[in-house]
Design a protein around this ligand. Sequence first.
Ligand code: 0O2
Length: 232
Amino acid sequence: MKITTNSSRKELLRSVMNADMSEPEFISVLDEDLDLLRQFFSYYKCAIMEIETKFRVLNEQFSLDGESNPIEFIQSRMKSYGSIYRKISAKNIPPKLEAIEQEINDIAGVRVVCSFIQDIYRLADCFLSQDDIFLIERKDYIDSPKPNGYRSLHLIVAVPIFLENEKRMVKVEVQLRTIAMDFWASLEHKLRYKKDLPQEKLELLSGGLKECADESARWDDRMQEIKNMLEE
Ligand code: 0O2
């Protein structure tokens, strides 16, 4: 499929609003070479491996110190073509790999799900103090949750990957959250797609979701207090 005109691009955008795009569709929108596109995404896959290893090493080291493992699990993902396309369209970013590399920070995403809130900040501090990690942006949605109740610590970092003949800096979005924050965000993410509901019902559901977010925040605080008491 070859898509070159503005109207056919708009048509494609409409069709991917709730779906993903295939590699040929994405290629035709970008008008880039397939090998180049695959190489571009492979850099991000390598960066994910680097970041995951760093957190696994920290988890192992914390457990050697006689503490329980701070990480429950790690999930990584490459942003889907449809999701990249929606973002560049919404932000008026030119559909070119160079612009996407510069403007989109979460093509590679690593989610680190921790047991307790304090683990998040301790892990983040250790991770950011490593001399090959460059912090680009820090968004603390735990300290300042989003209006809908979303909580997580987001770190946009650049990490070097070492290839055959070069070293490349690659951006990765790291999301650190507790199990409770992850539970809420996963369910809210599923419900977010059900937007074809009447306004009144939507408001009711948003209120319900916010209540659940506040409740889960209380659980996190309470669990942290109990842990602190046990350690006293
Ligand atoms: P997906 O499926 O993870 O790709 P910016 O990148 O700064 O231009 P953006 O993208 O709004 O702006 O950044 P932000 O707010 O830091 O959020 C990026 C990611 O955090 C989202 O990625 C989600 O994974 C997560 N997130 C942020 N807000 C919410 C929320 O309200 N609910 C849930 N469930 N997750 C959220 P994407 O691109 O939306 O999706």
